[in-house]
Design a protein around this ligand. Structure first.
Ligand SMILES: CC(C)(COP(=O)(O)OP(=O)(O)OC[C@H]1O[C@@H](n2cnc3c(N)ncnc32)[C@H](O)[C@@H]1OP(=O)(O)O)[C@@H](O)C(=O)NCCC(=O)NCCS
Length: 192
C-alpha cells in the first residue's frame, strides 16, 4: 500500500472517543467544502449531531492527522444493518490539505475496509460539478465502477480475500505504531 501524504501527515482509523475531533474537523471546513461534503447547506447543529454518530456500529472512519489534529476524514457507513452489503462513503479534507493526495489515500483505505466487510455497492453523495471527487473515484476504476448519474459504485471484486484482510490488519497496526510515535514525538518536542 503506497501512501504519499503531505509532510507530517498520517492516516489511521478513528478511535472510539474521537467524535469531538471529528466534529471540530467538520466545523473547520470552509463553506464550499462543507457544502460539497454534505451536498447542501447544513447547520452547525446538524454537523455536531452527525459527528456524534461516528463511533456507531456499522461505521468505519479513517482520519488524516497532522501534528495530532484531524484534517481530513473518510466515512464508510453500512446502509441498514451492520451486515448489509451496501454502504455510503463520504470524504472531507480541510482546504490547505486538498489536492495533496490525501483523498486518494483515504479512498484506498475505505475501499479496502469496504471489501473486507462484504460491501458490494458503495453510494457517494456527490454534487454534479464536484470534478475533483469524480476524478478521485476514476483513479480506482479497477476496483470501483462509479456511475455519477445514479451515484452508486460497485466494489469489485466484492469479496474479502486473505490478502485484503491482511492488508487492512497491516495498515491498522502500522497506523497504531505511527500514532504512538507521533504522540511521543509531539510531547517531547512541543514548544515550552
Ligand atoms: C474531494 C476531495 C475528497 C478530494 O480529495 P483530495 O485530497 O483533494 O484529492 P487528491 O489530491 O487525492 O486528488 C485526487 C484526484 O483529483 C484530481 N484533482 C486534484 N486536485 C484537483 C483540482 N484542484 N481540480 C480538479 N481535479 C483535481 C486529480 O485527478 C487527482 O488525482 P492525481 O493527483 O493522481 O492526478 C477533497 O478535495 C475534499 O474534501 N473536498 C471537499 C469535500 C468534498 O467535496 N467531498 C466529496 C463529497 S463526499
Amino acid at each position: 500500500m503506497h501512501e504519499l501524504l503531505p509532510d507530517g501527515g498520517i492516516v489511521r482509523k478513528l478511535w472510539v472517543g474521537e467524535a469531538d475531533a471529528y466534529r471540530d474537523h467538520l466545523l473547520r471546513l470552509d463553506p464550499e467544502s462543507r457544502h460539497r461534503r454534505f451536498t447542501g447547506t447544513v447547520s452547525d447543529e446538524i454537523i455536531v449531531g452527525h459527528a456524534a454518530t461516528i463511533s456507531g456500529v456499522g461505521v468505519v472512519a479513517h482520519g488524516f492527522f497532522v501534528d495530532g489534529v484531524l484534517r481530513g476524514a473518510a466515512e464508510l457507513r453500512h446502509i441498514g444493518s451492520p451486515f448489509a452489503t451496501e454502504a455510503e462513503a463520504a470524504f472531507s479534507i480541510e482546504l490547505p490539505w486538498q489536492s495533496h493526495g490525501v483523498g486518494t489515500v483515504l479512498l484506498e483505505r475505505t475501499l479496502l475496509s469496504a471489501r473486507n466487510r462484504g460491501i458490494k455497492a458503495l453510494h457517494m453523495q456527490c454534487l454534479a460539478d464536484n470534478k475533483r471527487m469524480q476524478q478521485l473515484a476514476r483513479k480506482f476504476e479497477a476496483e470501483l465502477t462509479f456511475d455519477f448519474g445514479s451515484v452508486v459504485g460497485e466494489v469489485d471484486p466484492p469479496r474479502l480475500t486473505p490478502l485484503s484482510l491482511m492488508r487492512e490488519a497491516v495498515a491498522d497496526s502500522h497506523s497504531i505504531t505511527t500514532a504512538i510515535l507521533d504522540a511521543h514525538w509531539r510531547r517531547l518536542f512541543r514548544p515550552a
